[in-house]
Write a protein that binds this ligand. Structure first.
Ligand code: CU
Length: 313
């Protein structure tokens, strides 16, 4: 039962089993006692109620035993929880983690960026987490860790994966319409596999062999495709498919207008998303990427949009 997937699993599992055992015992014991008393002391057999005297010994027993039990449960919970929020070991791999509506971004010390968390087996990993928009929460159930991510603050969490494989990583704080899209994976590799993956910063260059591949990479890394599909389906925002070079009806300053989807329009939609809203979509759902995406990035995105359209520049 996932007993050794991370350095925290065993202690958290123990505290769960202790607490679950205690409450299960009392659930059964109390239920059985109620049933027995209902039968034994039913009114038909005891028409006249017997007066009950107080009992100091009983009072002490049913105060001291539950007190010991709750302190015991607290002890196991506390001892399992404290290490998860303590400082990571010095040699931990640091990964800058950004949670945003509605995707994840992991940035490594050598500048490598991914939307899946790659880590080596048996090495501590520290996630330094921030959010540019709303509250999120990083949750890796298999590792028994969860921590909130707060806009304007950096919160840390660390763990040491003990076994290679893929495990779910998702947002556990309802953060808006596409909250459920904030699911990705921790991929635990062997040290050799990880080293090989880590030094391979050529991935972007290789992808550039097909037109628009760099643009697609930028869209993925910035979480754009959580809200804008690539296949024409309608999500929170309009799809990227087949828009380039076509006309689109937008609402601008309270009036409907027809605009051409050109470089100007794309740039404005990224920098001032609420200015020209495509009819049928809502305002206020996208933040500006001014200062995050450069003009050069947008040019690369445009090359990709062209590849999704029958119209060329
Ligand atoms: Cu979220």
């Amino acid at each position: 039962m996932y007993s050794n997937l991370s350095n925290f699993s065993e202690d958290i599992n123990t505290s769960f089993i202790v607490i679950f055992s205690v409450i299960s015992f009392f659930l059964i014991a109390i239920t059985v006692t109620i049933i027995l008393f209902v039968i034994k002391y039913r009114e038909k057999k005891n028409p006249v109620p017997t007066p009950i005297e107080g009992s100091v010994i009983l009072e002490i027993i049913w105060t001291v035993i539950p007190l010991g039990l709750v302190i015991g449960m607290f002890y196991y919970g506390w001892m399992a929880w404290i290490p998860t929020v303590s400082d990571a070991p010095e040699d931990a791999i640091e990964v800058k983690t950004t949670a945003r509506m509605w995707s994840w971004l992991f940035e490594y010390e050598n500048g490598k960026k991914t939307d899946t968390l790659y880590v080596p087996e048996g090495k501590p990993v520290e996630l330094q987490m921030t959010s540019p928009d709303v509250l999120h929460s990083l949750y890796i159930p298999a590792y028994r860790i969860k921590r909130d991510i707060i806009p304007g603050r950096v919160t840390n969490i660390w763990f040491e994966p003990r076994k290679t494989g893929s495990y779910d990583l998702f947002c556990a704080e309802y953060c808006g319409l596409q909250h459920a899209f904030m699911i990705t994976e921790v991929k635990v590799l062997t040290q050799e596999e990880f080293d090989e993956w880590y030094i391979d910063t050529t991935a972007v260059v290789k992808a550039a062999a097909t037109p628009g591949a760099e643009g697609l990479q930028i869209l993925r890394m910035n979480g754009c495709i959580a809200c804008h599909s690539l296949d024409g389906s309608k999500l929170v925002g309009p799809s990227y498919k087949g828009i380039w070079g076509h006309e689109v009806e937008v609402e601008k300053g309270g009036q409907k207008q027809t605009l051409l989807v050109d470089a100007e329009y794309i740039r404005n939609s990224i920098y001032n998303p609420d200015e020209e809203i495509v009819v049928g979509y809502s305002k206020g759902l996208m933040r500006s990427y001014q200062g995050e995406l450069t003009d050069e990035d947008i040019d690369k995105i445009i090359v990709y949009l062209e590849s999704l359209s029958d119209k060329k520049e």
